[in-house]
Design a protein around this ligand. Structure first.
Ligand code: ATP
Length: 309
């Protein structure tokens, strides 16, 4: 049995379909990244999974429990971090977690230990006596994540947990999510920060206008960009000339000048890639670097959702 089984979910608001026949299975202990442009239906799908919204058609289950008919069981199994959440500003972080621990009926004798462990997990031990109000956005987000963990759920549904965070705060959030993965949690996480998702997910689902565009292991989804790869070509000089030369080659789909180097979308095999390098060198360019750029999830996303090029 998969930890999450979504079958044919459909949800419309008037004539606007937020989800259309959306299906997705996530095996236990896997991290699945849900990617899609604004309005793709990510939050709708997550809200249904979190038992907070009823679909028009289809079903969803967590560890075999139906989100509609077994809400209480599902709520015990999941930790849901919504994209917008309120925090109670007049509480200290410890009191805030106390409140949730009480709501989940964690025995009083266990709470202090639990809260201390949770604060340590999200790197907020130092802030245990600070008012929630005084925390930075990144800290508040980590606190909200710890709140979802109070009842030790098996499945986490995290709706853009890194949105609005600076690079350092995003890196911290990423580290915590990796830690949760090591704790064997099953995680469904949505984000717009695509390269970061690639680093922490086992699989990626791309949604567009409520429809699943693709779903598979990160490497497959990345490679599925019409078989194309991105090459970085760094030369000593004549970059503009190189860009013109490149675009004239049959296997080159597009070229872009980055800071001092050419970013080449290339659709050919290894032999053709080698041949292209020889041609560049024969034309007299001094090549500093000629390499495939890895982890082009962003490119895959742009290509598949039709927002790019
Ligand atoms: P974002 O990345 O912007 O958070 P999303 O992928 O989470 O977007 P949803 O919030 O699920 O997308 O929205 C999907 C579609 O459903 C959008 O067109 C949105 O306008 C619509 N929608 C969502 N909630 C409602 C609602 N309560 N009433 C009417 N339309 C809604």
């Amino acid at each position: 049995m998969n930890a999450v089984e979504i079958k044919g979910l459909t949800k419309a608001y008037g004539n606007n379909y937020a989800l259309r026949d959306f299906s997705l299975n996530i095996p236990r202990s896997q991290v699945c990244g849900l990617i899609g442009p604004n309005g793709a239906g990510k939050t709708t799908a997550m809200s249904i999974l979190a038992t907070l919204l009823a679909p028009d058609a289809g079903s969803a289950a967590v560890n075999g429990h139906d989100v509609m008919s077994e809400q209480a069981k599902v709520r015990r199994l999941i930790g849901y971090m919504p994209d917008f959440f309120g925090v109670y500003d007049n509480l200290k972080t410890t009191e805030y977690l106390e409140f949730y621990a009480a709501a989940y009926r964690i025995p009083v004798s266990e709470r202090a230990r639990l809260i201390s462990d949770l604060l340590e997990l999200v790197n907020l031990t130092e802030k245990s006596h600070s008012y929630v109000d005084s925390l930075s956005r990144g800290m508040k987000q980590r606190l909200a994540l710890s709140r979802c963990l109070v009842h030790n759920p098996e499945v986490l549904i995290l709706d853009e947990p890194a949105s609005g965070l600076d690079p350092r705060a995003r890196a911290e959030m990423k580290e915590i999510i990796r830690h949760l993965k090591r704790m064997n949690k099953t995680i469904l996480i949505s984000s717009h920060i695509l390269p970061e998702l690639a680093e922490m997910c086992d699989s990626i689902a791309i949604l567009e206008q409520g429809k699943l565009v693709t779903y598979g292991p990160v490497e497959e989804v990345t490679a599925a960009r019409q078989g194309a790869k991105i090459l970085k070509v760094d030369v000593a000089d004549r970059l503009n000339e190189l860009l013109e030369f490149m675009i004239s080659r049959p296997e080159v789909v597009s070229v872009d000048g980055e800071a001092g180097w050419a970013r080449v979308t290339f659709q050919g095999n290894k032999a053709a890639q080698g041949q292209l390098l020889r041609e560049i060198m024969e034309q007299g360019w001094h090549v500093y670097e000629y390499a495939e750029v890895k982890g082009n999830l962003e490119d895959a996303f742009m290509a598949m959702t039709g927002e790019g090029e």
